[in-house]
Design a protein around this ligand. Sequence first.
Ligand SMILES: [Zn+2]
Length: 160
Amino acid sequence: MSNGNDVNSIADHLELKILKKKLDELSSREEQTKNKIESINSVLLSSNSKEMLMDYPDLVSEYNLNDLSGLFLKYRLKGINDHLQSNLLKIQKSKYLVQKSLQEAKICPDCNGQGSIVKVRIERDADEMPLADQTVITCSNCEGKGVKTYSTNESEDGNF
Ligand SMILES: [Zn+2]
């Protein structure tokens, strides 16, 4: 039966890593999108948008804003803003779902999600150098999964 368990623990561990990576990606995309929206808004609110735009060369090149001015520029910026706002909502929705999954798959406190624990034992001999003996053992708390999964059906005491 241990073979089946091993396969599961590797799969669980990978899934956890993928989720964490995804959360990082989503967070940085969220940050970038928010920054862009902020830049666009400050250009839109400025009395001289064309001049203000000079402060944001990245926006100009990304959205081809060079030849635009006046109302055309404002309309274009508003369009980009709407697009970014709807992107931001999608990103935040995905982020929420990933965070929820991560919360449901609770990281094992004993091994910090590693699934294994390194035990170091120093052996000293009277006339020899101390030897560090390292053993990697499977975490018993999570059985090497790195994750403590609790069924959501189980009633936990202390509702909040
Ligand atoms: Zn563990």
